[in-house]
Design a protein around this ligand. Sequence first.
Ligand code: ADP
Ligand code: ASP
Ligand code: MG
Length: 441
Amino acid sequence: MIVMKFGGSSVESWEAIARVAGIVESRIAQRPVVVVSAMGKTTNKLLAIASAAVAGKREEALDQLAQLRDFHRRESSGADQEIESHFAELGELVRGLAVMGELTPRATDAISAYGERLSSIIVTSAFRARGMDAVHLDSRKFIITDRRHTHAAPLFSETYARLSTIPPIAQKNVVVMGGFIASTEEGVTTTLGRGGSDYTASIVGAGIGAEEIQIWTDVDGMLTADPTILPGGRRVETCSFAEAAELAYFGAKVLHPATVLPAIEKNIPVRILNSRRPDVAGTLIVAAAPPTANAIRSIACKRNITVVNIVSTRMFMAHGFLRRIFEVFDRFETPVDMLATSEVSVSMTIDNTCALDAIRAELETFSEVSVETGQSIVCLVGDNIRHTPGVAARIFGALKDVNVRMVSQGASLLNFSLVVAAADLRRAVESLHAEFFPPQG
Ligand code: ADP
Ligand code: ASP
Ligand code: MG
């Protein structure tokens, strides 16, 4: 069996879904379990509707909901009844939110889950219209999570136990499930976090013992640079789970960072493929990727990063200083991505600034704090970095005209990360890419 996950742009219209149906049909012998994202930008739209509703813009919210309903009606056929009833429920929810004036994480999940609930039904009916024997399964009955709404973590033993009932169903039919959505043991809807359909695919893959987990998207695979920053990067043919995890964590949106975890656990290859160019071989992610001559596999970037500089108000770095700092970040559930220390100061980068004011206030009780916004992390990833001499020299040579704000290497042995100002990001990536991936031929 294989898992085939199709992202939002791969199912953005009836025409796109027809293309997906063709791809799935061509692999029917491998007994695919299909995982789909919400259609196009539906998740963003649902979240915008929820925000408008609680901000007192009830009519605007209902208006946008009507547009979203029209879009789903237009881009589907044969699933009318279910679409209507889902939108009727959504209407109730939005009206309720407008009365309450408050958007809890639990309500956010209830609303955003409709994207995948709808798309999975529409895709199932499209498959049936093509003559495939498609069965729709509600992912919320299979993926069981904790109660951390909007970024829930799967409870693996329960989830795998439930997923093990799928193979007999998939024996005779094509199974279609929504990504991203799950539920607590009590049956309350949760979600796995933005971009989480990739994660659903790998959880399902691990749970059914799939031979391969395919992530079908809108690019040819993992590219050597983020195409939104530097178009024209090359396709990475293979990379290791560790490299893919590092790239995903440092901004390669093509894969949700948690995706490789279940795949590693069960040693299932993951393949990234392009639903618009199904004949391109894509990127194969496996435990041990064949080595390449190049030290670097790809360059990832994380934008909108904030650097927090913390200077000890005592003369020297007393022991316990780092513990106190980390304790503050931990209490406010704010992950730290990069870290650099000197005698009396520590610089760290954070992505999530929701709790920054509170964090800053606490840190200021024992240190001086300054904050720089608008920074970016550039992360060069490659298993070969660790045993290739001179990589750092090449990196700094390529960046001789760029002000490098922070550097980190060594922690994972396969990444070299730098912080540069947002204004220098493109130039930095361009120079590094030219150094490590010079034009061929
Ligand atoms: P989907 O809706 O299929 O899940 P996403 O938008 O989540 O698709 O991910 C695909 C996008 O990831 C690409 O369109 C591309 O802009 C972005 N991306 C960022 N870094 C990379 C990279 N290194 N290689 C490929 N794509 C990348
Ligand atoms: N639809 C969800 C999102 O937009 C999950 C996904 O597409 O992976 O975040
Ligand atoms: Mg995605």
